[in-house]
Design a protein around this ligand. Structure first.
Ligand SMILES: *[C@@H]1O[C@H](CO)[C@@H](O)[C@H](O)[C@H]1NC(C)=O
Ligand SMILES: *[C@@H]1O[C@H](CO)[C@@H](O)[C@H](O)[C@H]1NC(C)=O
Ligand SMILES: *[C@@H]1O[C@H](CO)[C@@H](O)[C@H](O)[C@H]1NC(C)=O
Ligand SMILES: *[C@@H]1O[C@H](CO)[C@@H](O)[C@H](O)[C@H]1NC(C)=O
Ligand SMILES: *[C@@H]1O[C@H](CO)[C@@H](O)[C@H](O)[C@H]1NC(C)=O
Ligand SMILES: *[C@@H]1O[C@H](CO)[C@@H](O)[C@H](O)[C@H]1NC(C)=O
Ligand SMILES: [Zn+2]
Length: 605
């Protein structure tokens, strides 16, 4: 095991360096080098973004081979009966190889399918008003966020799905078939079981469903309020009678979070905006300043500062001399020294929050760097996503923004200004609460397809079954089974799991509550700012240092005192908002009663 650990550090370092170089300098040469090392080893860990079409499918890759040999060796041991719990756990972790467990022929096929899936999505673009080549990022993102033209939004929504989703339908069916084969090669029955392996709790699907059921009435309040405001804006003739909201008018291509329509739904639109972007620009903020500010928040909690190499080798802004993959990511190089981010930072409040999110990943890497490689991961994948967001909950409070001079006010504290506080709560809810059903259904949908609970012939109907029932949204035109609307969202063609974000959005409030109990026990949860509290910092660090060396319920217990996920802290956080929403929606019918056959033409036999 010691030998394995040493070799894995070297292998990982080699791959991560090549992957980082490619992602921050996209050239055919850098890609060829990366591909020569690895085809799809650790696909879920390191997303290799393929912008080039020519892929040499040679699975006799040095590292792939070696990894597979090590795996074969490891699973020969009767590790389930080892007495040393740590050793047993290490073996358990490496006993699952993932997709590379397929035989060579299927491996080649699987790689070519996933490559084509991603390529179709990455290269999709649409034409609008005679102008072609509009890309998702940034063109369509911007239009979906800022256009308030119902017909224009509808056209974009439809065209994006024609280009990015529909062409991938058959390929995705093939992907499921081979994915299930890989699951069997790893000793599971279906691909959903392989995906759920890192969650280490056999009733995990049930746990998330229970959490969602608990939150649903609160989501429905927000839904009813937003629907009311959208009806006032667009007119009731534009809103379905069944109570669903048209999917294209929520400010986002997938209606996944609704922060972009804040201006249409703000409780007190004339009061100061809590988006401090303009102040940041006026104060000449740079990307570097944003990262320094974030680091200061960590070090003020007595957490670990960024190493020298972080500042020297990270990519903080979009370079002008080469092509890069802009999607923000945080990197662990597995040599215990080198940690970097890659981000095309722009000076906005949204990016300031993203900076904290990425720095949270780096902090986790730093805290668990001396664990064996197999334990250098979050207690579960949701924990990893939650760390930076957790700190951002403090950073984005009005009083913290005032403290760091990004928000001005004649009063010492903004905490007593109920209008500002409601604006703040609603702004947070559009990001955090509106997201939950989407965060859940992305994987719930795939689990159903992988397990065979739903057949491929009903792939699109089932997607809309979730979208309608969970999110309460509906498509602006009738869909059918030639469409593949799920495929029009990055993580589906890219094969990236999603439930971690749902979990993160739940547990970050649990973590926030336990740190606030230490730092500011008498302040309402939504106003709490843990800034500068060493005891809270140490409480967090103790959990982070464990990596995945213990099962997550144990890490959860260390952090919160209980072993389970709970929706209560989130509900408590938004307490004042729910009270206010209740007053606003007295005349609204809460929830919706949609008939799916109004929206999707049922597959003919
Ligand atoms: C980008 O990669 C190429 C090799 O394809 C290399 O020659 C060049 O120096 C790299 N650029 C930077 C800025 O690292
Ligand atoms: C920002 O830069 C402008 C132009 O260089 C300068 O006039 C201004 O004083 C700066 N503002 C701050 C807050 O430093
Ligand atoms: C300032 O605080 C007082 C209470 O301390 C409050 O009555 C007043 O409305 C506040 N003013 C503003 C502009 O928030
Ligand atoms: C599905 O809908 C499209 C239009 O969106 C239409 O062109 C196609 O004929 C429909 N297919 C079936 C099988 O109904
Ligand atoms: C609800 O409807 C009643 C009767 O039409 C009206 O008086 C009241 O203002 C409405 N409440 C809200 C919050 O719109
Ligand atoms: C939904 O609509 C279909 C077709 O219009 C109808 O046959 C069915 O009874 C409806 N279902 C419900 C639950 O109303
Ligand atoms: Zn993340």
């Amino acid at each position: 095991m010691l030998e394995y650990d040493k070799r894995m550090e070297e292998l990982n370092y080699e791959i991560v360096v090549a992957n980082f170089n490619f992602n921050t300098n996209i050239t055919a040469e850098n890609q060829a080098y990366l591909v020569s090392l690895v085809v799809f080893l650790f696909v879920s860990l390191l997303k290799i973004i393929c912008l080039f079409s020519v892929f040499k499918l040679d699975v006799t890759k040095k590292l792939n081979r070696e990894q597979k040999e090590i795996w074969k060796k490891a699973i020969r041991y009767d590790y389930k009966h080892f007495e040393d719990p740590l050793l047993r756990r290490l073996f358990e972790k490496i006993s699952v190889l993932g997709i590379p467990a397929l035989d060579e022929e299927d491996s080649v096929l699987f790689t070519s399918i996933t490559t084509e899936l991603s390529k179709t999505y990455d290269q999709a673009s649409i034409c609008l008003a005679g102008k072609c080549g509009l890309d998702l990022d940034p063109d369509l993102y911007r239009l979906m966020a800022h256009s308030r033209d119902y017909e224009e939004l509808k056209e974009i929504w439809i065209k994006w799905r024609e280009q990015a989703g529909r062409p991938n339908r058959q390929r995705y069916i093939d992907y499921i078939r081979l994915g299930n084969k890989a699951a069997i090669a790893n000793g599971f029955q279906t691909l959903d079981d392989l995906w759920l392996f890192p969650w280490e709790t056999p009733d995990f699907k049930q746990q998330v469903e229970t959490i969602w059921e608990e939150l649903k009435p609160y989501y429905q309040k927000l839904h009813a309020y937003v629907r009311m405001r959208l009806r006032e804006f667009y007119g009731s003739e534009r809103m379905p009678e069944d109570g669903t909201i048209p999917a294209h008018i929520l400010g986002n291509m997938w209606s996944q979070s609704w922060g972009n329509i804040y201006d249409l739904v703000a409780p007190y639109p004339n009061r100061k905006s809590l988006d401090v972007t303009e102040t940041m620009i006026a104060q000449n903020y740079t990307a570097m300043d944003m990262f320094r500010l974030s680091e200061k928040f960590f070090t003020d909690l007595a957490l670990i500062p960024m190493p020298e190499s972080f500042w020297r080798y990270s990519m903080f802004t979009k370079p002008t001399d080469r092509k890069v993959a802009c999607h923000a990511t945080a990197w662990d190089f597995y040599n215990r020294k080198d940690f970097r981010v890659k981000m095309c930072t722009s000076v906005t409040m949204k990016d300031l929050i993203t900076v904290h999110h990425e720095m949270g990943h780096i902090q986790y890497y730093l805290q668990y760097k001396d664990q064996p490689v197999a334990f250098r991961e979050g207690a579960n994948p949701g924990f990893h996503e939650a760390v930076g967001d957790l700190l951002a909950l403090s950073v984005s409070t009005p009083n913290h923004l005032k403290k760091i001079n990004l928000l001005s006010s004649e009063n010492d504290s903004l905490a007593y200004d109920p209008e500002i506080m409601l604006n703040y709560q609603l702004k947070m809810a559009l990001d955090k609460l509106a997201f939950l059903p989407f965060g859940y259904l992305m994987d719930a949908y795939r689990w159903d397809l992988f397990s065979g609970k739903v057949s491929a012939a009903k792939m699109n109907e089932h997607w809309w079954w979730y979208r309608i029932n969970y999110q309460g949204i509906s498509p602006p035109i009738i869909r059918n089974e030639t469409d593949f609307d799920a495929g029009a969202k990055f993580h589906i063609p890219a094969g990236v799991e999603y439930i971690r974000y749902f979990v993160s959005f739940i547990i970050q409030f649990q973590f926030h509550k336990s740190l606030c109990n230490i730092a500011q026990p008498n302040i309402p949860l939504y106003q709490c700012d843990i800034d500068g509290n060493h005891e809270a910092g140490e409480h967090l660090a103790k959990m982070l240092r464990l990596g995945s060396s213990v099962r997550w319920p144990e890490a959860m217990k260390l952090m919160t005192g209980a072993e389970t996920m709970s929706a209560q802290p989130l509900i408590e956080y938004f307490g004042p908002l729910f009270q206010w929403l209740d007053e606003q929606i007295v005349n609204e019918t809460i929830g919706w009663r949609a008939n799916i056959s109004d929206y999707i033409a049922v597959a003919s036999s």
